[in-house]
Design a protein. Structure first.
Length: 561
């Protein structure tokens, strides 16, 4: 990749500098290292696009490595979901790796640490350890077990591995410096006892490595050249490098950790712990609820993978954390769907319209374009008859001059069909309009053939033939949180900001071409927004999720408040 082709972000500048300083291009290797303790969210999507994007730009391999060092929280379900998300985004990893692949090597290295006096078994309680660790302004004190003999440490560590001790009785700590100004360097934990079944190694191990110990060494074993992570790991870099110092062979590539800022999204939370709370407490209907910020939730809602990739590219990589308005993500979704989604007709708030001068029993199949953005235009047939559904808000008995839809005494075009004129209404005992009666101009049919009318009117509305309409459940979504930064105030539980009106379920009517629509098929309901077939849908019970509106109506609502 030439620096002349595009402006480089600071991580790409680091790579370019390393290449100039002698790193061979064929030694470049990246990785995406998720922990399989939950489903990936939009923040992970940005990290995926970063690492796999670098792999594409530099034609270098990218490993998918699962940080599976905590069997108490990790499951195969999460591994499978993560792989599905990455593939759906359009990326392919070079190697599928696991920290558990390296458990034996990590253990062997830890034994060498003990032999060299660089690690020891500590038998303090967690409370005692917390006290002797000190504070950011006060140095720590040495553990009373810090000077155990090599022989005793080796014996205890092996017995820990063999399952002779209960959880919490012993840990293995690196012996660094209890007075270090970086608290992470104050004899960090390398291993703890966990008698939990691991989703890959079963009950082979009773001790598991901590993240800081396993992560950098896994990078080293895989010969990762650049280990990019978010800013909260900046204080960990010193420990990352210290651990590498103990095992590094100068004939091999030494991984380099560098940090970039999280890009938080407004009106969402992107903590797996908080997302899990939402699922377990049933505030949402699972990890893939379309209101969730998870990749699986965005997929189910109908977000195209390319839209998410374009969003990640648009927000870029930065050194400072900031809050990205969710409307930018929705803009990217809208831009992509405008190019790809077929146009169809649906009515979500119906009122009956009767064309009084249309022959009883007659039906026509009219030509309708599928997507005006297509390079080669394609068409479908939609049925037309005497009785139609139109949107209730597309009619007013009396309206001002700026209302260009149907009123009594005025004309409007039915999309892909005829010009009609409002004549009268029928109301129920409450004064609610139940039917609109109109007449149509028999010579005003729209289309592209010789029969097409050249008459012009200002308004066009959509419709569905009642005789052919298919009932559908439509799920319309609002922001899951009413506050733009629901976890920004640490004194208020983020769940206090859950929007009770984030899901509205209505019954609408769609044209018959949608009878055969399949899960994740995406459409523009003309004049209403973009919608996606939900996984709950079936030919006998169509279900659609509203993906995004045709414009950013939320921003307009907020500006009025």
């Amino acid at each position: 990749m030439s620096t002349e082709e595009k402006s480089l972000n600071f991580l790409e500048q680091i790579i370019e500098e390393d290449l100039k300083n002698g790193l061979s291009k064929d030694k470049l290797r990246f990785r995406f290292p998720p922990e399989p303790n939950g489903y990936l969210h939009v923040g992970h999507a940005s990290a995926i696009c970063l690492n796999f994007g670098l792999g594409i730009d530099y034609q270098s391999p990218v490993n998918l490595r699962f940080d599976d060092t905590n069997p108490a929280k990790e499951e195969q379900e999460y591994v499978d979901a993560i792989k599905k998300d990455i593939e759906w985004l359009g990326y392919q990893w070079a190697n599928e790796c696991y920290a558990s692949d390296y458990f034996q090597q990590l253990y062997d290295w830890a034994v060498e640490f003990i032999k060299k006096g660089k690690a020891y078994v500590d038998s303090q309680s967690s409370e005692e350890m917390a006290k002797q660790k000190g504070t950011p302004t006060q140095v720590g004190t040495n553990s009373p077990y810090r000077n155990r003999s090599v022989e005793e440490n080796l014996d205890l560590f092996e017995r820990m591995k063999n399952g002779e001790f209960e959880e919490g009785t012993h840990i293995l700590r690196a012996k660094i410096d209890m007075s270090h100004n970086n608290m992470l360097m104050r004899d960090p934990i390398m291993y703890r006892i966990l008698k939990k079944q691991h989703h890959r190694t079963g009950n082979d191990w009773c001790i598991y490595p901590m993240y800081d110990w396993a992560h950098g060494e896994s990078d080293y074993l895989e010969q990762i050249s650049h280990s990019f992570c978010t800013l909260e790991f900046l204080p960990h870099r010193e420990l990352y490098d210290w651990f590498l110092d103990q095992v590094y062979d100068e004939t091999k590539v030494r991984p380099k950790q560098r940090e970039f800022a999280r890009r938080n999204l407004s009106h969402t939370v992107v903590s797996k712990r908080k997302l899990l709370q939402l699922v377990e407490e049933k505030h949402v209907n699972g990890w893939d609820d379309p209101r969730m910020s998870t990749i699986s939730g965005m997929r189910r809602r109908g977000y195209p993978p390319m839209a998410i990739r374009n969003f990640a590219k648009t927000i870029g990589i930065a050194k400072r954390t900031n809050l990205i308005d969710v409307s930018l993500l929705e803009f990217c979704v809208r831009e992509e769907l405008n190019k790809t989604a077929p146009r169809v007709m649906a009515v979500l708030n119906p009122v009956k319209l009767v064309i009084t001068n249309y022959p009883n029993g007659k039906e026509e199949w009219l030509e309708a374009e599928n997507n005006p953005e297509e390079e080669v235009m394609t068409y479908r047939k939609v049925p037309f008859s005497k009785e139609l559904y139109i949107e209730r808000e597309d009619f007013q008995e009396e309206a001002n001059k700026k209302f260009f839809r149907l009123t009594l005494g005025t004309e409007v075009r039915l999309k892909n069909a005829y010009i009609i004129k409002g004549e009268s209404v029928i109301k129920d005992e409450n004064g609610t309009i139940t039917e609109i009666h109109c007449t149509y101009d028999t010579d005003s049919r729209s289309g592209s053939g010789t029969e097409a009318s050249q008459r012009k009117v200002k308004g066009t509305i959509h419709w569905v033939s009642i005789n052919h309409a298919i009932s559908a459940e439509v799920r319309s979504y609002d922001r899951l949180f009413s506050n733009e930064s629901p976890d920004g105030n640490k004194e208020i539980d983020f769940k206090e900001f859950i929007n009770p009106n984030s899901l509205e379920i209505i019954t609408g009517y769609v044209e018959p071409s949608l009878q055969s629509a399949k899960n994740l098929d995406q459409f523009q309901f003309q004049r209403l927004g973009y919608f996606c077939v939900d996984k709950d849908s079936s030919p006998s019970n169509l279900v659609f999720n509203k993906t995004v509106g045709l414009r950013d109506t939320w921003a307009k609502v907020e500006s009025k408040e």
